[in-house]
Design a protein around this ligand. Structure first.
Ligand code: URA
Length: 335
């Protein structure tokens, strides 16, 4: 007997998930299920839930993306994989399985399409015109596509010596974005922003200001580590105007997807990237700057300045924390 499942829409992930769970729990084989989109028409009752089972988080992420693919077989393919994962939980990691490869290819196509929409909007209009619809209604997929694309970035020469692109991280729905300068030695190796000494100081200041790092999106104006070799050491070297300009492409994509309410530039490089021109910290610090694409920018010092500064170290740190507290309060006002 073939059971008919009716899903509310073309990308009804929740509907698919509930039905798939019930059907898999009852051991219904894939060729006994017909997946239909649209509520008009008959549907078979779902079996009562069987024995509970869990699937890897990576499968749910994959499924959430694949349901947005136009392939009419997507729901059935996902259900087939779900059943196979119950037998072989490590299947996703194997990489050579044809079904896994097909679904991963589909997920990639969904991400690429979402990113194409972001890129087209960024090229043809201002960010203010970018809507959630314009990023394919799936900001996460668009963000993943942009990050994946940035992995292979050759927009300037910095990729040649850096270990990897260090893309931004944090929730795509975050209303607060921090922009640093560029990854340092440790960030270059770890592939994550602000994890080295400046990052640790930044974390401490965020904690003192009562801001949860996990709720903010943290990125850099330049995504590759620029350095000079001195013996075995790699010494940070400041990105120049051309490098900042080349890398603005990526931060514009990030900003078009996140559309943060408030963006904090940490230091002059970040401020230059955000405003599209050189500004000084002294002239811009501690007040709101309306951005043409929407949202507000605030400027403060870079945490590495606090590591370097010799005079009034404690007072400079306290001033930085005070800036962060103002940012937090301002965000609450705007939200
Ligand atoms: N400095 C930055 O500007 N960014 C990092 O990610 C680390 C150090």
């Amino acid at each position: 007997m073939v059971r008919i499942v009716r899903l509310a829409g073309e990308d009804d992930f929740e509907g698919w998930r509930q039905a798939a769970r019930a059907l898999a729990g009852a051991g219904v084989p894939p060729d006994h299920v017909a997946w239909h989109v649209g509520l008009a028409g008959g549907a078979s009752p779902l079996p009562a839930s069987g024995a509970p089972f869990s699937v890897p988080r990576a499968f749910l992420t994959l499924a959430e993306t694949v349901v947005r693919h136009p392939d009419p077989e997507r729901f059935a393919l996902l259900y087939t994989l779900l059943l196979r994962l119950r037998e072989r939980p490590g299947l996703l990691a194997e990489g050579s399985d044809p079904l896994v490869r097909r679904l991963e290819r589909m997920a990639k196509e969904v991400r690429q399409e979402a990113w194409r929409n972001v890129a087209a909007t960024a090229l043809t209009g201002t960010m203010a015109e970018t809507s959630r619809e314009a990023v394919g209604g799936n900001a996460n997929a668009a963000w993943e596509a942009v990050r994946e694309e940035a992995r292979g970035c050759t927009r300037c020469h910095l990729y040649k010596h850096a270990t990897q692109t260090v893309f931004g991280e944090g929730p795509v729905a975050a209303p607060l974005m921090f922009v640093g300068e560029q990854p340092g030695d440790q960030e270059d190796l770890a592939g994550r922003p602000f994890v080295g000494p400046a990052g640790q100081l930044f974390d401490r200041a965020l904690g003192d200001a009562g801001i949860d790092r996990g709720q903010a999106y943290i990125t850099n104006a330049v995504k590759h580590f620029k350095f000079e070799r001195r013996g075995k050491r790699r010494i940070h070297s400041k990105p120049d105007a051309g490098e900042i300009e080349a890398c603005r492409w990526w931060i514009e994509q990030e900003r078009a997807i996140l559309r943060p309410t408030l963006t904090v530039a940490l230091g002059a490089t970040a401020a230059r990237s955000l405003f599209g021109k050189a500004v000084t910290i002294t002239a811009t610090r501690g007040r709101a700057h309306a951005l043409p694409e929407g949202g507000e920018a605030w400027v403060t010092v870079h945490p590495s300045f606090l590591l370097r500064v010799q005079d009034d170290k404690e007072a400079e740190y306290a001033r930085f924390v005070a800036d962060l507290v103002r940012v937090k309060e301002r965000l609450a006002e705007l939200s």
